[in-house]
Ligand binder design. Structure first.
Ligand SMILES: C=C(O[C@@H]1C=C(C(=O)O)C=C[C@H]1O)C(=O)O
Length: 474
């Protein structure tokens, strides 16, 4: 990637921008490849979700991720470039595409700005392949035309565009100029935002596969565990809801980010009217400043209505042999997989409680130092799916999931995240999530099944997990 340090004060005119893009076109011709130009500028403090909402169009691709606790919110919309590899080598192909794109990228602005340079937004389905019924491909990667990030009191707006032979430089310059002017003095009142609809009603709720399907599946999986086919499998339910008017994914997200401060509130839209949204408590992996962090999250208890009931549930979870075993399987697998990439794990398995609004989990932040030559997508490829959403041994358990579940997972429990030009970034696990499509929503919730699991109790646990989305859709 070429970096052009630019003092915004000296590059304030449209003519400067136009001349610069013209020079990028010359470079594209010399290199024989279109160039990705990424222009970053600090802006007044904006709320990325409000910006996304005010320009929201359901026929535009978008990506949103926010974790209130970390004071980080990122929104991006409209694809400047995109890529959708599928199959077993999809992570490898995605990495190669990112690397090649960066070889032909020009980043402009102050490199010390947070989120300087192009960012790649990624949504991967749970399985390597999806059928044509799933509205998202097995991988969607894109660099958005515009992006707004707010973190720790600073806000950065980024415009991305590709310039190649035959492109209309004048038109690209105008688009970037207009976007920059807009972000510099964004006025939410200018836009016609639809306000949250009152009285949205659910007309129909239907469980995929029928009401008993899940408990039957857990029972069958327990038999397979008993004969030693595998030790753990994660099975999920899909609940279809039909409302009397369309759901609005970004309004739901606004509630989720406030209520689930410790979670990643996210939305990924395919530009064809469907969005996959959620509030995930689980980070698959992050890489920042040479450090790798992975969540080992498993084992669930309800939240109590009083402090003492809550503490009792929490202590019960910490003491539960079955839940500790379920969690240990996840922790051990993460450690093995990090070690297979020559990373040495620095965290012991001493679970604490991660308390969310609706449930509490056993949790360990697994840390390691990044080794040279390991890309974030190498980590994603190695770790996904952890036994928190797949099973163990992976080769025996994961292929069985589709035999037990009566729906296609699509993006549910898949890796969703972003990568910057330095190879840093963060992926969450797409759980506590729903696929929203007009007045239809499909909610997902799963549980780990191990020896000692009881189908009825697992069913109750999925009901608790559904709450995150169910209560906030309306
Ligand atoms: C699979 C899900 O959650 C996972 C399963 C858990 C469990 O079985 O206790 C806990 C946290 C998550 O790792 C889900 O929410 O859909």
């Amino acid at each position: 990637m070429d970096t052009i340090q630019l003092d915004p004060a000296k590059a304030k005119s449209f003519e400067t921008l136009h001349a610069f893009l013209q020079a990028c076109l010359v470079k594209a011709m010399e290199r024989g490849k279109p160039q990705l130009v990424s222009i970053a500028a600090e802006s007044s403090l904006l709320d990325p979700l409000a910006v996304l909402e005010s320009i929201y169009e359901d026929q535009q691709q978008h990506f949103y991720i926010e974790k209130k606790r970390d004071d980080l919110a990122i929104a991006g919309a409209e694809a400047a470039i995109s890529y959708s590899p599928s199959g077993a080598s999809r992570f490898k192909s995605a990495k190669a595409w990112i690397e090649e794109t960066l070889e032909n990228a020009i980043a402009v602005g102050d490199p010390s700005l947070p989120f300087f340079g192009p960012h790649f937004f990624c949504g991967f389905s749970f399985f390597d392949e999806v059928s044509s019924k799933v509205p998202f491909p097995s991988s969607s990667l894109f660099v958005p035309r515009w992006q707004v990030v707010s973190t720790k009191g600073r806000c950065v707006a980024i415009a991305n565009a590709t310039i190649g032979l035959g492109d209309d430089v004048e038109a690209v310059a105008k688009r970037i100029w207009n976007a920059n002017t807009k972000f510099r003095s964004f006025d939410y009142s200018e836009e016609e935002c639809s306000s949250k609809k009152d009285g949205i009603r659910i007309l129909e709720t239907k469980e995929r596969g029928g009401d008993d399907a899940f408990q039957v599946a857990v029972g069958n999986a327990l038999k397979q565990i008993k004969v030693g086919e595998f030790e753990k499998i994660v099975l999920a339910r899909a609940l279809e809801l039909k409302a009397d008017q369309p759901f609005h994914p970004l309004e739901i997200l606004n509630t989720l980010r406030e209520r689930y401060e410790d979670c990643f509130a996210f939305s990924i839209a395919n530009g064809k009217g469907q969005s996959f949204i959620g509030a995930s408590p689980e980070r698959l992996v992050s890489v920042f400043k040479g450090r790798v962090n992975v969540d080992a999250l498993a084992g669930t208890a309800p939240r109590g209505k009083t402090a003492s009931e809550d503490a009792r549930f929490g202590a019960g979870l910490l003491d539960s042999e079955k839940d500790r075993r379920e969690h240990r399987i996840v922790y051990d697998s993460i450690c093995r997989r990090l070690e297979s990439l020559d990373l040495s794990v620095e965290s012991l398995c001493c679970p604490s409680l991660k308390k969310l609004q609706n449930v509490q989990h056993l949790f360990v932040d697994v840390e390691a130092e990044l080794a040279d030559g390991i890309h974030l997508l190498d980590l994603v490829a190695e770790l996904h799916p952890t036994p928190a959403v797949g099973g163990t041994p992976r080769e025996a358990a994961v292929p069985r999931i589709q035999e037990h579940e009566r729906f296609e997972r699509g993006l549910y429990a898949g890796p969703i995240g972003w990568i910057n030009s330095k190879g840093e970034g963060e992926f969450l696990v797409g759980i506590r999530s729903a696929l929203v499509d007009g007045e239809n929503a499909c909610l997902y919730a799963g549980v780990g099944v191990v020896e000692g699991s009881v189908p009825e109790r697992e069913h109750l646990e999925t009901n608790l997990k559904f709450q995150a989305l169910k209560e906030n859709l309306l």
